[in-house]
Design a protein around this ligand. Sequence first.
Ligand SMILES: Cc1cc2nc3c(=O)[nH]c(=O)nc-3n(C[C@H](O)[C@H](O)[C@H](O)COP(=O)(O)OP(=O)(O)OC[C@H]3O[C@@H](n4cnc5c(N)ncnc54)[C@H](O)[C@@H]3O)c2cc1C
Length: 494
Amino acid sequence: QTCRETKVAVLGAGLTGIEAAKSLSNAGVTDFLIVEYNSDIGGRVAHTTFGQDANGNPYTVELGANWVQGLGTPGGPQNPIWVLAQRYNLSNTYSNYTSIETFSSTGANDFTSLLNDFDDAYAYVEQDAGYILTEGLQDRSFRSGLSLAGWKPQRDMAAQAVEWWEFDWEYAYCPEESSQEFAIVNYNTTFYQFSEENNYVWDQRGFNTFIKGEAYTYLKPNDTRLLLNTVVTNITYSDNGVRIDNADGSCITAEYAICTFSLGVLQNDDVTFSPALPAWKQQGIATFSMGTYTKIFLQFPSDQVFWDTSYQFLLYADPYTRGYYPVWQSLDAEGFLPGSGILFVTVVDNESYRVEAQTDDETLAEVLAVLRLMYPNTTIPEPTAFFYPRWSLEPWARGSYSNWPPGTTLEMHQNLRANVGRLWFAGEHTSAEYFGFLQAAYTEGQAAGDVVAACVNRVYAPEAYYENLRGSTTPTEYNATNGWIVSSFLTYGF
Ligand SMILES: Cc1cc2nc3c(=O)[nH]c(=O)nc-3n(C[C@H](O)[C@H](O)[C@H](O)COP(=O)(O)OP(=O)(O)OC[C@H]3O[C@@H](n4cnc5c(N)ncnc54)[C@H](O)[C@@H]3O)c2cc1C
């Protein structure tokens, strides 16, 4: 069979792939193909139409990425995603985390003072993480860090809800399953470097407008270099080139390729590699974690909205199960979609897998039962629309975003990043510092595009990898060779 030939195959048209191809294009490498499973650009920045407004027009809600996280301060570094959000005029509103009402199973119950207790413990965990990093010590779980700081929620379900709001809601994993050192690095490099603000994007064109905008700075309309609806099934790599085989029987041969498939896709063997990936690479892929974050949307008749729309957030502490429908967000609020009657609740990790396995009706019944506990003296109307995505079941995503498990070193992460032969890997999961965030995809896509463009132009610069791994990261290893691009001690945004 004759395969289509190209210099660089960019696998995936999420933010990483689009930025990688932009870097190639900027470096004068215009002979590339972008291969994408879905019918549109954007990957995990995905939206759907939901419910309808008073005129019968549907609303747009984001199923994946929703916030620009960390903006920037005057004179300080700007989050590149914030720069792009402004360039493409994305409608967004500051998320005010102090605009929160707390509930237990008997209704409204003010336990907001626990938020300060958690913050006190967190400050200790941060300092301790800095010590681990600068002294090259053994990492530990975020749970151990919190316990050592005196935060021990145990069976206090209000404290568990506060911990979930402060931690699981961001990392999509519980503190037991997360690294103390790298969770703190991840927070600092975004929120202390840029700023502590999170802006919620509610643009009715969809958040992916900025990724499309980026793509069409170098693609022409109907550009034949963008292959949508094309499912890669096998990647054959060597030191001489890469061959991509697709589900439709077509194939591509390339001098180089950049694989931007998610960690979940790599872990689930949705795509096979020939030859099998080396042991060090397989270890890197198997060791890191892919979290799942599920937003469950409800629309109620706009004249029967029963919650206090002056709050942005509602936090529910279930008496039995940690993480059981804990964080609710009202879009029926000034600055969002007033009059929409839209409320959504988020679950992560095991609760996500549980609701993904249920029918919509089963989940709706649970969600309404929780609302009846939160508002005991109120008649909760039937929602007019209900929807949630099942991220871990999507064969092109297999989860929402990556997380760093406890006790896993920077060398192990570098094995996740490193190339094999002429096949490069990039994605939010390959960012040692911004992992999970859009800025991870942006920086890693550009970096991979730059290095592959240099290769095409005959400056071959393979990534470092490690056959034998040790138990901790030495202070001198926090350098660009291992994907460490910015100090985690910056405080511009503080
Ligand atoms: C629910 C959720 C909430 C999030 N919230 C935020 C947030 O608020 N703020 C934030 O900064 N980040 C958030 N993120 C993370 C952010 O969306 C990701 O970091 C980013 O979009 C990852 O981009 P990527 O290009 O690395 O991967 P992807 O977007 O996954 O791109 C990879 C592309 O590869 C394609 N692909 C996969 N398999 C194949 C195949 N076999 N053949 C061909 N193509 C294939 C996929 O379709 C996809 O388009 C969230 C993500 C989710 C899912």
